[in-house]
Design a protein around this ligand. Sequence first.
Ligand code: ADP
Ligand code: MG
Length: 449
Amino acid sequence: MTNEELWEAVLAQIQLNISPANFATWFKNTKITSQKEGQVLVSVPHSFAKEWLEQKYNKIIFKILHSLDDEIKEVKYLVGKQDLKILKRERVAISEIDQLEFQEFKIDKETNLNPRYTFENFIVGPFNELPHAAAWAVSKNPGSVYNPLFIYGGVGLGKTHILQAIGNEVLKDFSEKKVKYIPSEKFTSGVVASIRNRDMENFKSKYRAIDVLIIDDVQFLAGKEKTQEEFFHTFNALYEKNKQIILSSDRPPKAISALAERLRSRFEGGMIADISIPDLETRIAILKAKAQERKVDFSDEVYNYIASVIQRNIRELEGALNRLVVYQKINNQPPDVEITKTLLKNLILSPAKVATPKKIIQAVVEFYDLKEKDLLISTRRKEIVRPRQVAMYLMREELKSSFPFIGRKFGGKDHTTAIHAYEKILKELETNKNLGEEINLIKQRVFSL
Ligand code: ADP
Ligand code: MG
């Protein structure tokens, strides 16, 4: 049989077995380009089709081919270059992605603000209502309402977005104000460089001329004594002049270990607001709004599916949506739920989304700024006892591990120690709201590892 005849025969049978939409999506513009030594090469128009055929249809394609010609032992797929029209469309889609990423570089050199982050495109739901209201109030009255404003929450939940939005909004209303956004690591490297170059005075005066100082991810100041000291003085100088200070962190001030007490109490002196995890309806609303921004639309079923499988991170919701947008651009039609599932398969089924003992230990160690071996050996050191109890609690709660297993994992303790730890935390959770928050943040971390 010629290449054409052979492929026609295959397509005829496949067509009988799958929906017309799927057939059009995955088999349009495919063909056999060669058959040689038992290997058949199938050319496909783009890499999505390649992935899909390999993962989902290869078995049936091979079966049909083999039944038509039993010399055939293997099928390979490759992205062909011949279909110019489709290739061009793919290129359009890719260049749009490039452009989106390009926007990231439109950051203003003076303020470090990215115009992409605004209040207009920040979606508000029960999970972030308070930080949003506080941020808005601050941007309308810099220096005179909540000072400092301290916003905390897990990874990918909008801390940077909201901080940057404040900066952008302030400049809209008060163009004369000096606004500066800076990630805390960058502040630290600034301190270190000024010490090395002996121009601390210059550094100080630069920071003290700022009207609105925004420092992102201050948990990274933990343990950096010299930076903390410098920051403390900057903070006081600005605060006394009624300049606005805005801070973010992945945890509340009291949970940042190795933070000088005087700095901690400064952080706690204004308004503290946390961003929690968006509920299902809000996640759907976020997806819809982002789709609208991108000028695409998908079925409610598709939005529902994505929002039900991605729960803890808005950045991941955006990532999922991006994949759908690319698919839509290439195929000129929106994916249905089945296709969506496949498109997102490696986002969702990745082992990253399940808890394991290893991840729990890592998350606890990182959160309390400990060394793994401290947590795992037997010690009564006060600063270790509590984190270890939390880790044991999480093993029980998240993994349903047996108490003897948990005991063994933590320095060969017997199961009664594990039971005691679990019950102690459980009981304390009833009354201690901070502990609940702490554990939630650790959980978020476990699931983002
Ligand atoms: P964090 O700093 O907390 O890790 P980001 O601020 O970087 O998170 O947010 C991650 C992504 O999710 C960004 O692209 C941001 O624009 C988007 N995002 C987060 N929260 C919201 C929201 N409430 N509305 C719209 N987009 C959001
Ligand atoms: Mg951030």
